[in-house]
Design a protein around this ligand. Sequence first.
Ligand code: AMP
Ligand code: MG
Length: 370
Amino acid sequence: MLAEEVRSPIDLPVFDSSAMDGYALRAADVASAGPDTPVRLCLAGQVAAGEAFAGEVARGSCVRVFTGSVLPRGADAVVMQEETRAEASGTGKVAILARAEPGENVRARGEDVRRGSRLIAAGEILTAGRIGLLAAAGLTAVRVGRQPVVGLLATGSELKEPGQPLAPGQIYESNRAALAALVKRAGAVPRILPLVADALAPTCEALADAFNQCDAVVTTGGVSVGEMDFVRRAFEQMGGALEFWKVAIRPGRPFAFGCHQGKLLFGLPGNPVSALVTFLLLVRPALLRWQGATCVSLPTHPGVLAEPLVNNGERRHFLRVKVDPAGRVWSAGVQASHVLSSAAAANGLVDVPANSTLAAGATVPVLRCD
Ligand code: AMP
Ligand code: MG
């Protein structure tokens, strides 16, 4: 995330140059040129890309150029090679078979970027295109927002590391791996922390350790109303201030947010889809803002429902959907918050209001999450 506006120290293109392999000439000299009315010009020399050229294109002459060659002085257009014909060797002439407008096949100095103008605004993400632009302007370093280190803590006595055999009652822990991918995509640095059993003391220890080494901590599980849910209790016991708990959305109601010594706690529900959805809706924007981003909402576009989306519940439901290449929107499958296969199939979310059905054919905003 760019932390300051960057202006260009130079013009781009750096100089007037040829956009084609061909002949640099004066447009006025070839005003009458055509396939059957060739205009013969004297070949005054050649300039390859990377060369400086001292000569000049005088009236009635041309210079051989290539893509990226400096446009020789005197020339105001380039006719591409395919519209010319080399005359018998030794004549020193080239037949031009097409007219050209002044400026044709010429990249004008500064037409892309004017020296001193803004290349990129503060708070914009350094995409591939923007990184290329900075390098093209000759820049070697820019100020960026620091990437927060985000600790990922999974709570649950039933959780086992993938790769190990499962004992009865155990399941594989999947939230940290999934959230690490989202943390990275939000520009931050995930730190996967050890699993935490459902008990107060281990949860306190794990949280203290996480806050020591990270800028923000994302926990999963143990944040609901059960007597085996210890995240909020442990957080408050270590002096953390819980700012809010429970959000009127589905999936993900028991989401908790708090602050501790200037650092952030995001307490996500344990159900894998609840964790993903609350991260996308509530954690991702915070991490982006932390880095100075100006645009923090998920990319959104309209899509046409290929089938109805139903929400019979009392809370707005962010349904997992699949947008096909034609832009039609389908339910991604079973919407229960433990069902990861539909999350794996989804590339978007649609916000369906409480107790309502969005009809097939309706155009709805799709929040993209692919
Ligand atoms: P909790 O929010 O702790 O009540 O967990 C809700 C459900 O999500 C339970 O079925 C848990 O077993 C499951 N769960 C919690 N954490 C994880 C995790 N890290 N990976 C996979 N499933 C989880
Ligand atoms: Mg649990």
